[in-house]
Design a protein around this ligand. Sequence first.
Ligand SMILES: [Mg+2]
Length: 250
Amino acid sequence: MGLCVFDLDHTLIRTPLDLAAMAADMRRLIERERGPLPDRPERYRVFELVAWSKSQAPDLERAVWAIALEHEWRAMGAAALEPGALDAVGGARRAGVQTALWTNNARPVTLPALERLGLAPLLDLVVTRDDMTALKPDPDGWRIIAEHFGARLDARAASADTATRFAGTRDAVVVGDSWVDGVAAAAVGVPFVAYGAREADLTRHGVTPVAWLSDLARLPEWLTTHFGFQGSPRRSNRLGSHCHDGHGRT
Ligand SMILES: [Mg+2]
């Protein structure tokens, strides 16, 4: 029995969610209330602005989240399935693999979209930002997943404890489009499967996927091989042609 943990945006669904615009709105609010943030070449990311408000301006945190929710409501209303998403999640289930969602989105926005798109009945667990203390790339969401499935909090700490169902790093995988998914997975020692990810972004953040998927529908086949493989640790492999047109946004 294995466990496959999916990211949502640009992994299982396509949304017009513009995280750069969301971050810009958040920064505008913060700077209006607190003055300019330090200049830097790279834009401030959503998770950084959320973390900043949490630690530096707790009275602004609610307003910062309200901006996120507003963007998400609009985007989720227009969400569509990523090609092969139902085949990937349903196929994983049929292959005997348990399934979970690990998303930085809010629960009230996520659940109706999962229902509408037919993903809800295919997922054993849904972990949203309402369940975690910090957004990906922070690995806190894994804590909920580990608790639910009896997985190890840190898969790298795997031992000969056969009572633990997910004792080894090869018993769970995280599938996502962004470096934040890869960094979160690496933090708990879980292999990362990249789908539609930008290789340059992953490299820049030190993420080395165990596999690259260009066709989500081929995931069950990969999972079967991965979880069924009994030999020495597998090398990184690729399925189909390498896909460079992902978003990798945070
Ligand atoms: Mg994503």
